[in-house]
Design a protein around this ligand. Sequence first.
Ligand code: DC
Length: 221
Amino acid sequence: MIVAVDGPAGSGKGTITKRIQEELGFLNLDTGATYRCVALEALREGLTLDDEEKIMNIANNIDIKIDNTGDKDIILLNGEDVSEEIRTKEVTSIVSQVSSIIPVRHKMVEVQRELAKGKNVIVEGRDIGTIVFPNAEIKIYLDADQNVRAKRRYDENKQKGIDTTYDEVLENVKMRDYNDIHKKYGALKKAEDAIIIDSTELTIDEVVEKIKNIINSYIKK
Ligand code: DC
């Protein structure tokens, strides 16, 4: 079964999918990690972003697996554990551009579907219910008031010791919302058949409970 969760920055997607993973034993499919693997391989081969054809070649020949049998999900790139290496600054700095190469996106969507095959999967993003898994059994669109989302990010930053003001965070959330909606590929979009959950006045526990109830009533059907 596939549960697709889409929504804007700060809507709580990351936290909530992690909880469902822990509580229901679903695979938390990290679609961003697939793009990160392509970016890492491109760096290793010394390619620049102009080498689109070669990057496409990498995407077409790469073997990506997720091992979720232990405590932490392990990302395997051609059999090698790259879970840490795909999060480096170098990878992060080019992955967005790598993920905007259309043939790379097409191929990675295939890879993501393959990774989900035969499993109970929860997957979060922005175009999951519309593009990546249009046939997902359950589609959730998680929303929340912009100010509340900014406040959550601000609190998160404070906890992590990141020094920002609330106004800066709010500006950043506004900018990300604009970019997310207007992005050429992989834009944030509500699937027509998505169940909308507005978390403005809900706690994380309440949202998790709602999603668990939706999953349970689907299973009982
Ligand atoms: O979530 P992340 O930071 O690991 O994502 C890495 C990059 O991949 C980021 O630039 C957004 C992009 N991405 C995407 O285009 N489509 C997805 N489904 C997931 C991530």
